[in-house]
Design a protein around this ligand. Structure first.
Ligand code: NAD
Ligand code: HSE
Ligand code: NA
Length: 434
């Protein structure tokens, strides 16, 4: 009988947006969790900072001493505090003490993943983290397990709900940046410090995790090129609209194969213009969507709620069931796979395409001057549009693919031309053939 088995004892660290939902769902259906894992699942304590802020948590479970809770009689530690410390020390303490871990903490995994995976491996326990990337969407387990026999070439998508919520609102209603960010915070999408979202740190941490899993390589947080959305202006959104495109913050992780066959990895996060008919263009609000391209599987698309308490709790609970099942059968989930050891390519060497919008003098010869600058830098032009406005004209250029360094240096030189009054918008272009 399942009820007669020793319960799986769970310590919950942090009871905020996600932790509250994990506790509610876990305590709401105890029989189902017992039936699915093969043993009763019992929360033995909830570590919080201010107990009086948690009237819905049974008083006997509350503690402010997370370390003592971790050291106590528990089998699994679920960490939903966020940030590096004390989360890192608490999880190392748990793993070294022989306790399995479930966490949604992408910032911690991106910075200290290797240390945590090694500690789990040495202790023979599990570390699961599905909620850390793309919230409710089952994405890490497919990469770690379902696609473990395939060869992944590219992972690209929208992995930050807060910035997608803001960009969607800017595009559809012309809403301002800061009011939309406040709303994303109220809805439980934003990080405790929302600059992690808007400056791209959250998406870059997720890209670090995705690239490591996809390419079986240790990737450091500093290996991932990062640009957030704080520099995206209404002018960029309008420029995108005029070309039937929209702006999204994308995470792109690619296997790069050089002409001599040597392989490396490129991982980057930046805003990009994509065609309005691209599947990612219709991903609105806090939804996330990720494309995975694998050699044998072909293209796969993962879509769903990427942020918010209940959706993220779904991923945490799925992990908790997996860990509990492993404990019931005395088994263990997948360990870190970093055998490929591919080098990570710098952003400057990565092939990209640019959209550039300029205000220029409306006189003969300006267009040929601009075109010559592209030519001198070996950057070829795909689309040019010029519209006169009295003394001034606007010029829109979309390039073909070139290295990011060549494109950047071309833009710098164009900005210095006497006939160029202002560089209005510069943005990378993705999702269409070059
Ligand atoms: N909110 C989301 O949509 C979402 C989605 C996926 C993953 N995550 C991740 O899950 C984690 C939690 O996110 P959240 O949105 O629930 O954050 P939150 O800020 O709402 O909750 C964190 C809670 O931890 C508490 N806390 C801080 N230090 C503590 C300590 N030393 N001991 C005990 N409690 C402590 C805080 O008081 C707070 O209640 C983060 O790593 C976040 O990146 C969040
Ligand atoms: N702040 C994150 C939470 C989900 O990881 C986001 O907006 O996507
Ligand atoms: Na997920």
């Amino acid at each position: 009988m399942i009820e007669d088995r020793e319960p799986i004892r769970v310590a919950l660290l942090g009871c905020g947006t996600v932790g509250t939902e994990v506790l509610r769902l876990l305590q709401g259906r105890p029989e189902e969790f017992a039936a699915r894992t093969g043993a009763p699942v019992q929360v033995t304590g909830v570590a919080v900072r201010r107990p009086h802020k948690h009237p819905n948590v049974p008083e006997h479970l509350l503690t402010t001493d997370a370390a003592a809770l971790v050291d106590g009689d528990v089998d699994v530690v679920v960490e939903l505090i966020g940030g590096i410390e004390p989360a890192r020390s608490l999880l190392l303490r748990a793993l070294r003490g022989g306790k399995s871990v479930v966490t949604g903490n992408k910032a911690l995994l991106a910075e200290h993943g290797s240390e945590l995976y090694s500690a789990a491996d040495e202790a023979g326990v599990d570390i699961y983290f599905e909620a850390a990337v793309a919230g409710a969407i089952p994405l890490l387990r497919p990469l770690r397990e379902s696609l473990a026999g395939d060869r992944i070439n590219r992972v690209m998508g929208i992995v930050n709900g807060t910035t997608n919520y803001i960009l969607s609102a800017m595009d559809s209603t012309g809403a301002g940046y800061s009011e939309t960010l406040d709303e994303a915070g109220r809805l439980g999408y934003a990080e405790a410090d929302p600059t992690a979202d808007v400056d791209g740190f959250d998406a870059a941490a997720k890209a670090t995790i995705l690239a490591a899993l996809a390419f079986h390589t240790r990737v450091a947080a500093t290996d991932v090129y990062r640009e957030g959305i704080s520099a995206v202006r209404p002018g960029d959104i309008a420029a995108a609209k005029s070309l039937d495109r929209t702006v999204k913050l994308l995470a792109i992780c690619e296997r790069v194969v050089a002409e001599d066959g040597t392989e490396s990895v490129s991982a980057r996060v930046h805003p990009a213009m994509i065609p309005r008919d691209h599947p990612l263009a219709s991903v609105g609000g806090a939804f996330n969507a990720v494309f995975v391209e694998a050699e044998a599987a072909g293209s796969l698309m993962f879509y769903g709620q990427g942020a918010g308490g209940a959706p993220s709790a779904s991923a945490v609970l799925g992990d908790l069931v997996a860990v509990a099942r492993n404990l019931v059968v005395a088994g263990k989930g997948p360990r870190e796979s970093a055998h490929a050891k591919l080098p990570v390519q710098p952003m400057g060497a990565t092939p990209t395409r640019y959209h550039i919008s300029l205000d220029v003098d409306d006189k003969p010869g300006v267009l040929s001057q601009v075109a010559a600058t592209f030519n001198d830098n070996d950057v070829s032009i795909s689309v040019v549009r010029q519209a006169g406005r009295g003394e001034e004209a606007s010029l829109v250029v979309v390039t073909h693919t070139a290295t990011d360094a060549a494109l950047k240096s071309t833009v710098d030189k164009i900005a210095q031309l006497a006939s160029v009054r202002e560089v209005v918008s510069v943005m990378r272009v993705e999702g269409e053939s070059s």
